[in-house]
Design a protein around this ligand. Structure first.
Ligand code: PLP
Length: 381
């Protein structure tokens, strides 16, 4: 089965009881037993729910893993993943991370003695050097990163990490399995904020883990139940519904982002455009190699800094100023004061998240309208 067909059919047979083509939303917190501990595989809604099972099996199939697990948020998924590592464990993480991921890592450092070292993983040799300083339990990164759209070479980093015995987890939220499948490239664990492209309609908060190896997957399933950050059956249904259109949506998001990137690239008021689909992106070749499209996210730096960013945001039509991304509607974010405000200013700026940086989540509106909106807002800067 090809990927777009898998989105609709993989691990999603019609309901065996009724033939319904969509799984029923099982709003039941508990399940009857015919005798103590004799049941049909479902006992209590935190441990497992039949609607959730359909989503979890579909996620495993789409990301080519053995076990898929759904969570109540992306950070719920990350919290559960981190429960795997005892205090004193070392994590080597990419240095360009979702702000909430960084905040949670830092919390685990202070609270539980987890050692976290942040490295620029755009160069594989940097990981090698970091791992030479001492062993790590986990190598964790996003690609493309948020908000600077830097890439990490999943196959190369996985190989280097595995040589030193570390597990590799990739946050695949920005690309989605429609464009990139880290487990096929050598990673061990994929994390999603399904709030974003998997859900796709800005109407739920959700997360997911997909694990390649069955044993580690079962360990994570145990933690999913032990920690308890599970989604509601209704939210699960909405993610499943979103997944069905992921392929067509990702292509439309990509067309919108390309149109916007081309307008930004031509403007003298813009000093940098970060979009892996541009030939000028320093890792365009890697993007072509490990992705099947470049996605709907991009960021750009205005030469005029904060005042220019403020004027641009005020003039911009169609794009809604809001956190989050990956929905059918276009959103714009000012990372320095919004999504990345919890990262200290010096660290933020050293990483390239300056006051003039804007992050675009291009929706699936007509690309020409998105391009027009950006073009006319630039006139006001
Ligand atoms: C949003 C996001 C998260 C966190 O997910 P929530 O669903 O908000 O908890 C993690 N990583 C990335 C890349 C994100 O965009």
């Amino acid at each position: 089965m090809r990927f777009d067909t898998k989105l609709i059919h993989a691990a999603q047979p019609p309901d065996p009881l009724t033939g319904a083509v969509n799984p029923p939303i099982y709003l039941s917190s508990t399940f009857a037993q015919s005798a103590p501990n004799k049941h049909k595989g479902y006992v209590y809604g935190r441990s497992a729910n039949p609607t959730r099972t359909v989503l979890e099996n579909a996620l495993a199939a789409l990301e080519s893993g053995a076990v898929g697990l759904a969570f109540s948020s992306g950070l719920g998924a990350l919290t559960t993943l981190l429960e795997q590592f005892p205090s004193g464990s070392r994590i080597v993480a990419g240095n360009d991370l979702y702000g909430g991921t960084w905040r949670l890592f830092e919390h685990h450092r202070r609270q539980f003695g987890i050692v976290v070292d942040y490295v620029d993983l755009a160069r594989g040799a940097n990981l090698e050097a970091e791992l030479a300083k001492g062993p790590a339990a986990l190598v964790y990164f996003e690609t493309p990163t948020n908000p600077l759209m830097r890439l990490a070479d999943i196959a190369d980093l996985s190989m280097r990490a595995h040589r030193s015995g570390a597990l590799v987890a990739v946050d695949n939220t920005f690309a989605s399995p429609a464009l990139q499948r880290p487990l096929e490239l050598g990673a061990d664990i994929v994390l999603h904020s399904s709030t974003k492209y998997l859900g796709g309609h800005s109407d739920i908060i959700g997360g997911a883990l997909v694990v390649k190896a069955p044993e580690l997957g079962e360990r994570m399933r145990w933690l999913q139940n032990a920690v308890g950050a599970v989604p509601s059956p209704f939210d699960v249904f909405l993610v499943l519904r979103g997944i069905h259109t992921l392929g067509v949506r990702m292509r439309a998001h990509g067309e919108g982002a390309r149109a916007v990137a081309e307008v930004l690239e031509k403007s003298p008021k813009v000093s940098a455009v970060h979009y892996p689909g541009l030939v000028r992106h320093p890792q365009h070749a890697l993007a072509r190699r490990q992705m099947e499209g470049f996605g709907g996210m991009l960021s750009a730096e205005l030469t005029g800094g904060l005042p220019a960013a403020r004027r641009f945001l005020k003039a911009l039509e169609i794009f809604t100023l809001a956190e989050s991304l990956g929905g059918v509607e276009s959103l714009i974010d000012h990372p320095a004061t919004m999504t990345h405000a919890s990262v200290p200013k010096a660290q933020r700026e050293a990483g390239g998240v300056t006051d003039g940086l804007l992050r675009f989540s291009c929706g699936i509106e007509d690309p020409a309208d998105l391009a027009d909106a950006v073009r006319s807002a630039l006139k006001g800067v």
